[in-house]
Write a protein that binds this ligand. Structure first.
Ligand code: GLC
Length: 570
């Protein structure tokens, strides 16, 4: 444990600044709101925060379209507020990492305004420009957010490339000046004391230099239709293959690794900083020490439901493939994905399943990332009217459904809610007062507040209830901190367990501690022998009151959906 770095021991918590806490009553979260909640975070028991983009932005992609890499969006505060916030984290022994969007800028960023102003502008080559083919775009590439990846610019009579929205032109990372400018921004924050970065969409940074056409057998709209109708695993596999082919020349080109190595060198000039990449690909660890400190275990998050077999297979595969010295990183939700209970729940035992989810995050080997609101069980909130949508991707999907696919509006709204990400970005639910205590009464919040804050899904009500999900989070976060094997230990799955039980050992030789984690994924109780691992020395935690004092047992009966943690004696 002692040899671990802070980011290996830490539990991270993602803050989506627009939705976290509104301190000035304008309906939008802000940095002062975060400052006001630093003690909340400390008390909850998280150690580090990943802050989604806080930079000035025209907000076509909710801040992931950055117009100034060294500024603060005026509606969030000032650079001074930022420094106060950073100090506030550090004073409490916490860490702060920022979101770094390397692939693209906003089309309002001065670099792009210059680049698009004329063919001879010195920054012309900072973005990907190309002539069309006749009256068509340079090739048949798609944007991940729908439609062609090329936008025609009538001023200079050329097209520019955008993997995401047309308001997010891709930078040309083959131009060394781009790297230099971006690395200066990186240094700006590192010099200030920021502890690292979550790297946005790194897979998309480079694209085929020859702009070769892709050869997927279907169009993007056809693929949308197929995704919707796919039922069998083989259909889904086929869709994955087609998807990969469609974006083959736009994704995960080998050159990204060279860039990650260069960025790692910059970060390593500063003591104790870290990088985590928005990718599930283990290759981005490099040799384990020369690219990213961590990448997310997205394959686990992408499971449609939890099964012990699924988790075991995931761990087996990933841990085996990690290069030496690489450190795993697990997460089950974020601002792009579904809320935990809405994704993994079965509609009946959702809260029990949320508890299991947290237990997994805090006891699997690796650094956990939590998402604001999951500690109170916030759920997806499906918007009722397309005019409430703020996520351009969701809106675009609605329009494609209506205009191209001729889907009836009520059905199109369902698909737009499914694709769009507003459902997981609604304001944090702090209390059962008006607007869930996020903004004062009468204020129109930037996205509607999920009314289920009135039904106990809010921080204050749950703080008062010892049996709440919030108190469960707080307790389990402490158990993790107090038991070094849960942080530093290796991971050994137990093989002889009932089908619906997941059990594993976390053993840290250096700390002289061995822990058992046992989870019942089932609405029925089940039993298993402990003779394969030893006997219980001390129970550390259980969701079952009556199991809290188990000791010296050599077998165990788990209650439905029980999470049970113990120190064991071999
Ligand atoms: C990442 C972000 C997502 C954003 C996209 C483009 O996937 O997480 O929110 O829309 O990159 O920047």
């Amino acid at each position: 444990m002692q040899t671990l770095k802070w980011w290996q021991k830490a539990v991270f918590y993602q803050i989506y600044p627009r939705s976290f806490a509104d301190s000035n009553g304008d309906g939008i979260g802000d940095l002062q709101g975060i400052i006001d909640r630093l003690d909340y975070l400390k008390d909850l028991g998280v150690d580090a925060v990943w802050l989604s983009p806080h930079y000035p932005s025209p907000l076509w992609d909710c801040g992931y379209d950055v117009a100034d890499y060294t500024g603060v969006a005026p509606e969030y505060g000032s650079l001074d507020d930022f420094k106060r916030m950073l100090d506030g984290f550090h004073q409490r022994g916490m860490y702060l990492i920022l979101d770094l969007v390397l692939n693209h800028t906003s089309d309002q960023h001065p670099w792009f305004l210059e680049s698009s102003s004329s063919l001879s502008n010195p920054r012309r080559d900072w973005y990907i420009w190309s002539d069309g083919v006749g009256s068509n775009p340079p090739n048949n590439w798609y944007s991940a957010f729908g439609g062609s990846a090329w936008e025609f610019d009538p001023v200079t009579d050329q097209y520019y490339y955008h993997y995401f929205l047309k308001q997010q032109p891709d930078l040309n990372w083959r131009n060394p000046q781009v790297q230099e400018a971006m690395f200066n921004a990186v240094r700006f924050w590192l010099d200030m004391g920021v502890d690292g970065f979550r790297l946005d969409a790194i897979g998309t940074i480079f694209e085929d230099e020859g702009l070769r056409n892709q050869s997927a057998p279907v169009t993007q709209t056809e693929l949308y239709r197929l995704v919707r109708s796919a039922k069998s695993p083989s259909e889904r596999k086929w869709i994955d293959r087609v998807w990969r082919e469609m974006y083959r020349h736009q994704h995960d080109l080998p050159e990204v690794h060279g860039l990650m190595q260069a960025l790692r060198k910059v970060v390593d000039e500063y003591p104790d900083r870290m990088l985590v990449g928005e990718t599930g690909m283990i290759e981005y660890y490099g040799n384990g020490e020369d690219e990213l400190h961590m990448v997310f275990n997205f394959p686990l998050m992408d499971h449609t439901r939890f099964t012990p077999g699924g988790v075991k297979a995931n761990q087996k595969e990933r841990l085996k493939r990690l290069p030496p010295k690489a450190w795993p990183c697990n997460t089950l939700n974020n601002h792009d994905a579904s809320r935990l209970g809405s994704h993994f729940g079965d509609g009946v035992h959702d809260e029990a399943i949320e508890r299991i989810a947290l237990a997994l995050m805090l006891t699997l080997r690796g650094t956990p990332f939590l998402y604001n609101g999951e500690e109170i069980g916030m759920t997806n909130y499906l918007l009722e009217d397309i005019r409430q949508f703020r996520d351009t991707w969701g809106i675009g999907r609605y329009l494609t459904e209506i205009e191209e696919m001729k889907t009836p509006p009520d059905q199109a709204l369902i698909y737009a809610n499914q694709t769009g990400r507003d459902k997981v970005r609604t304001p944090m639910q702090w209390s059962n007062e008006a607007n869930a205590g996020f903004s004062p009464e009468g204020v129109k919040t930037w996205l509607p507040v999920n009314p289920n804050y009135q039904k106990g899904i809010n921080v204050r009500s749950q703080q008062k209830d010892p049996g709440s999900l919030w108190n469960y989070y707080r307790r389990l976060l402490r158990v993790r901190k107090e038991n070094p094997a849960l942080v530093a230990g290796d991971y050994q799955p137990l093989e002889h367990t009932p089908r619906n039980c997941l059990a594993y050992i976390r053993q840290s030789q250096g700390d002289g501690q061995t822990c058992l984690v046992a989870i019942n994924y089932n609405a029925k109780s089940l039993s298993f022998d402990l003779n394969q691992c030893g006997k219980i020395k001390k129970t550390l935690f259980s969701t079952e009151e009556k199991h809290l004092h188990l000791k010296d047992e050599i077998s165990i009966t788990l209650a439905p959906y029980e999470v049970y943690l113990a120190e064991i004696e071999e």
